[in-house]
Design a binder for this molecule. Structure first.
Ligand code: NAD
Ligand code: ZN
Ligand code: ZN
Length: 340
């Protein structure tokens, strides 16, 4: 039995470098030699022992790039191609899948959650989940295509129009990427709230108006920045009760709230105020294959530069250290494990 190196989730707050059987390919799969794999909020949820589906021992990691080493089946790809993985796995038979909405599949699964992912030397990936990395895009940057695709999908699901004022509650990687995407889409003011000085600093670097939610009254500040009107579009990307309350307060009359967060505890939302202000509420999940391609193109052309997001690049051997760093939002934004 051939074995490979893998960064494994063992139990709550316990990740180690270990070994797994090197994957053998089913028909229609490729063997990917992983180059870079990023830690995502969902990996942190698994790490915290709070993910309902993840089963230990698991090589997590659904944001990864690599090189094709073997192919089993018909494909336009060749051995040696550089690729990034779209990690969603849809059933193909439910109502959503039948209508082409594979990303909201009734039993959607993800590589790196429901099966071993990119925190390993190799991953077996269905050929239809591979996207070619264009020449001008590095493997490290391409590993961020997944979170960029979340931002593409989120902004495309919003009503954002040129000149709109946007509020983003929560300036983590996803919130900040949504900010950059909103800028591409023509937003006027982009106001980001967070409680971490490091992440607020990043928001300022990107040219956003940064509000320290520990220091200021976010609702009052947004109203004052928008002539008492409120935001045209509010993205809730912090996942807390406080921000779920604020999202209604900072929205203008007939504004739109886009809930991106996955709440660990379900928040109370003031529907009475939503009704009086005739606010619309939209939710958003993952991305389509076309959003994923758009994310790659936006990075290729330099319209979205993910370099400032990468706070650390570590060898997979330092998996435990990587997760400890990621627990502290004041020192980390996107951590990549590097294996080349
Ligand atoms: N819709 C989707 O498909 C999708 C995809 C990826 C992530 N998500 C969700 O999006 C959310 C953000 O993801 P992330 O990776 O950026 O997570 P993150 O935890 O890094 O970011 C959340 C940010 O909110 C900040 N925050 C905490 N309390 C706050 C407050 N009171 N006011 C303002 N900011 C506050 C934190 O400091 C942090 O920077 C998570 O809930 C995640 O599960 C959804
Ligand atoms: Zn992710
Ligand atoms: Zn389905």
């Amino acid at each position: 039995m051939a074995v490979m190196k893998a960064g494994l989730y063992i139990s709550e707050k316990n990740v180690v470098l270990g070994e797994l059987e090197k994957p053998t390919l089913n028909e229609g799969e490729a063997l990917i030699k992983v180059s870079y794999a990023g830690i995502c909020g969902t990996d942190m949820m698994i790490y915290a022992g709070k993910h309902p589906r993840a089963k230990a021992p698991l090589a997590m990691g659904h944001e990864f790039s690599g090189i094709i080493e073997e192919i089993n089946g018909e494909s336009a790809f060749s051995i040696g191609d550089r690729v990034v993985i779209e990690p969603t796995l849809s059933c193909g038979t439910c109502e959503a899948c039948k209508s082409g909405q594979f990303h909201v599949c009734k039993s959607l699964k993800l590589i790196g959650i429901d099966k071993h992912g990119g925190f390993a030397e190799y991953a077996a990936v269905p050929l239809n989940r591979l996207h070619r990395i264009p020449e001008g895009l590095s493997d490290a940057h391409a590993a961020l295509a997944e979170p960029v695709a979340v931002a593409v999908h989120t902004v495309r699901r919003s009503n954002l129009k040129v000149g709109d004022n946007v509020v983003i509650l929560g300036g983590g990687p996803i919130g900040l990427l949504i900010g950059l995407m909103a800028k591409q889409a023509g937003a006027n003011q982009i106001i980001v709230s967070d409680i971490s000085p490091y992440r607020l600093g990043k928001a300022k670097e990107f040219g956003f108006t940064a509000l320290d939610a520990k220091e200021v009254n976010v609702t009052a500040e947004v109203l004052s920045l928008t002539n008492g009107i409120g935001a045209d579009i509010v993205f809730e990307v912090a996942g807390t009760q406080i921000t779920a309350t604020q999202m209604v307060e900072v929205s203008k009359i007939q504004g739109q709230i886009v809930v991106v967060s996955v709440y660990k505890q379900q928040p109370a939302i003031n529907l009475a105020t939503m009704h009086f202000k005739e606010i619309s509420l939209t939710t958003t999940r993952c991305y389509s294959g076309s959003d994923f391609e758009k994310a790659i193109r936006l990075m290729e052309t330099g319209r979205i530069d993910v370099a400032p997001f990468i706070s650390h690049q570590l060898p997979l051997e330092q998996i435990a250290e990587g997760f400890k760093l990621m627990e502290n939002p004041d020192v980390s934004l996107k951590i990549l494990f590097q294996q080349n």
